[in-house]
Design a protein around this ligand. Structure first.
Ligand code: AMP
Ligand code: MG
Length: 189
């Protein structure tokens, strides 16, 4: 079994960007990880079932449907035997409140060694969301983004207690992507 790293962060914090840059650094050293996007696994099933056309519609589906998609994705991803980095969410902001991204049955399938929380100041995240035309981002206030990040820290502490994994906070501040990628790579090597 390879190393399993879960990487999370609120929408717009730049998780995918940090992952790609961090994996580039590692590849140059001969360290390889397969990057897996949890939402993409869920989305493929959701499209097949005719539930959504856009990945940003999933968080507004009925809670029980989201959980079914989540469970299927975790089971499929958990079968992977190599070094994997899983791009996902500590919690998903749904119209009915925060939905845990890694409830106990997902943790059991993924069995992570480490959870990375990518964070930055809430006002930076607000600006990044406004400047991303490719996604249907929620129009949260800075205070709401702060609340979401705080809730995710609490959840990751709970995930650490359940699994014994470590939790690493990586800051992805404006103009400091290189530092974020280097911090992430240091956890993965
Ligand atoms: P992303 O592209 O990472 O923003 O993920 C797209 C969507 O996938 C999210 O908005 C969620 O609806 C869903 N998703 C991703 N990871 C999880 C998870 N662990 N549990 C539930 N839903 C998730
Ligand atoms: Mg992403």
């Amino acid at each position: 079994m390879g190393k399993r790293v879960v990487i999370t962060g609120v929408p717009g914090v730049g998780k995918t960007t940090v992952i790609n840059k961090g994996l580039e650094i590692l590849l140059a050293e001969g360290v390889t990880y397969e990057s897996i996007n949890f939402g993409t696994f869920m989305f493929e099933t959701a499209v097949q079932d005719g539930l959504v056309r856009d990945r940003d519609e999933m968080r507004r589906l009925d809670r029980t449907i989201q959980k079914r998609l989540q469970k299927n994705a975790a089971a499929a991803i958990g079968k992977n035997e190599g070094n994997i980095i899983i791009d996902t969410h500590c919690s998903v902001k749904t119209p009915k409140g925060y939905l845990a991204g890694l409830p106990e049955w997902v943790l059991r399938e993924l069995n992570p060694d480490t959870i990375i929380l990518v964070e930055t100041d809430e006002d930076q995240i607000l600006m990044r969301r406004l400047n991303d035309p490719t996604r249907v981002r929620d129009m949260d206030s800075a205070k709401e983004i702060l609340e979401h990040q705080q809730f995710n820290r609490s959840l990751s502490a709970a995930y650490a207690v359940i699994t014994g994994c470590t939790v690493k906070i990586v800051k992805n501040q404006d103009y400091l992507l290189e530092r974020a990628a280097a911090d992430m790579a240091a956890v993965l090597r």
